[in-house]
Design a protein around this ligand. Structure first.
Ligand SMILES: Cc1ncc(COP(=O)(O)O)c(C=O)c1O
Length: 471
């Protein structure tokens, strides 16, 4: 299959959505960094598998044995996709957030117990650029030290190396994103891995954004550029059936208790003791999301078939086109790299603002009057977005007060467009046309703000969702 054929297989592309003026229009999804739609071959593979579906691992029936075989085949396909060999394990989780929490738990228990005093807690180096899912879990593990960003929003590599040196002997892990969900910057993870290993630490990469857009090779363990831990989500890569993946160095899970215990994790239990199974079962408590795993494995095979080269080419082309158009529009601020020539070296994630307009209002108008789905706010990366916007700590404190008083309408932020392999230049043209109208204040609705939700909605607009979907 080639990319052009795959682009025709995106599910839901012909669905039309309700607009403020009572008409319907074809939906434009520029919110792929949050989640992507699924693909017809994935849906079909899931349907095909459902005929054979049975619980895995413990059944003697033919369907259970087949399902167990499918489940482990899928694991091999996914391991192969990221270059994981026998020294790594692929653990299925719910999403990236759960994968990182699972890893953090593993780092947490033996270390904290051995460390005693607070001052002696291990250091986790992470960056200002992180999604909260690669920030908050680490606070439970030890002292989180943040790598700065440069004035253009890229991670400050020099600062990372300096902090590795400064905390040498105490840093157990560098937890860093593969690519930003705000600016689309891609971090040089293998270059970092080499320095991290030199400093006697390990590296965990949050690949939630990277995995759908770039090939990943974690490399063999003996390679200094090896990635020790990798987390990603299937719903961001055209398989929104509920799974995420943690690819992990096996050794870290060989001792201690799993985070979740129960069925599937144990070899033998009596009333006092339990003996944990080997990886990955000991870390996949309860019945796994077998259908989700099938969906991800199918996507992986499709991506491998099409090849990342053409996906990168297409998305870079869209990104360059959008940057070019947006740069020439008055009152538009682009955060991060604005240069269309650099589109190949970043993801198609672009954060924007219109001078003098709330990001939430712009997003609402794009949806209600343009049928365009974007996202706005801080994208679960509050520290990073605040830095990009130049929000002072006094301003941040003021907003905090409002939020605690249930008023989210003053939250600083941007609105974000993010491309998938199927988006088109025509969609970007439509987006820019609607945006130009918004800039000219040539929009129809009278927008009211729901302070508690921090969202805008047009007066008099009521939509009956049951006309679109019903159980
Ligand atoms: C960079 C990054 N990390 C982690 C996550 C969390 O992913 P999930 O919601 O699938 O757990 C996201 C989600 O947007 C993300 O963009």
């Amino acid at each position: 299959m080639n990319l052009a054929e795959l682009q025709k297989q995106v599910v839901g592309m012909n669905e039309s959505v309700a607009l403020l003026d009572g008409t319907r229009t074809k939906y434009i999804n520029f919110d792929n960094a949050a989640s992507t739609p699924t693909l017809l071959p994935v849906m079909e593979k899931v349907n095909e598998f459902c005929k054979w579906y049975s619980n895995v691992h413990r059944g003697t029936g033919f369907k259970s044995q087949l399902s167990s075989w499918v489940f482990e085949e899928a694991r091999n396909i996914i391991a192969n996709f990221v270059g994981a060999d026998a020294s790594s394990a692929v653990i299925f989780c719910k999403n990236t957030t759960e994968a990182i929490n699972k890893l953090a738990w593993r780092f947490q228990c033996p270390m904290i117990k051995a460390m005693g005093k607070d001052a002696e807690k291990p250091v986790i180096l992470t960056s200002i650029m992180e999604h909260h899912s690669n920030e908050l879990p680490w606070r439970k593990v030890g002292k989180v030290v943040h790598v700065d960003i440069n004035s253009d929003g890229t991670a400050n590599t020099f600062d990372l190396y300096e902090k590795l040196e400064k905390h040498k002997g105490k840093v157990c892990l560098v937890a860093i994103t593969g690519a930003s969900n705000v600016t689309g910057y891609i971090n040089p993870i293998h270059e970092y891995a080499e320095k991290v290993h030199e400093a006697g630490a390990q590296i965990a990469v949050d690949a939630a954004q990277l995995a759908p857009h770039r090939p990943i090779d974690i490399k063999p363990k003996k390679d200094p550029q090896h990635i020790d831990y990798l987390a990603f989500s299937a719903h961001k890569m055209y398989a929104p059936y509920g799974i995420g993946v943690l690819v992990t160095d096996r050794s870290v899970f060989e001792h201690g208790d799993p985070d979740y215990v129960g069925g599937g994790t144990v070899d033998i239990v009596d009333l006092e003791s339990a003996y944990w199974k080997d990886l990955p079962e000991r870390e996949e408590a309860g019945t796994p999301d077998i259908v989700g795993v099938v969906a991800l494995a199918k996507v992986v095979k499709l991506i491998e078939d099409v090849g990342f080269d053409s996906i990168i080419e297409h998305e870079a082309d869209l990104t360059a086109y959008a940057l070019e158009k947006l740069s020439s529009m008055p009152h538009v601020t682009i955060y991060g790299d604005k240069n269309p020539k650099n589109a190949r070296n970043r993801l198609g994630v672009i954060s924007l603002n219109i001078k003098g307009m709330d990001h939430a209002l712009v997003s609402a108008i794009l949806s209600y009057e343009g049928g365009i789905g974007v996202r706005n706010g801080c994208f679960c990366a509050h520290p990073y977005v605040k830095c990009l916007l130049g929000v002072t700590s006094e301003q941040a404190k003021e907003v905090e007060k409002h939020i605690l008083a249930r008023d989210r309408s003053t939250i600083p932020g941007t609105f974000r467009i993010s491309f998938g392999l199927y988006n088109t230049k025509a969609e970007i043209d439509h987006f820019c046309t609607v945006l130009a109208k918004i800039i000219r204040k040539d929009y129809k609705g009278r927008y009211l703000v729901d302070k508690e939700r921090g969202e805008y909605y047009p007066e008099g607009f009521n939509v009956d969702f049951s006309k679109f979907f019903i159980f």
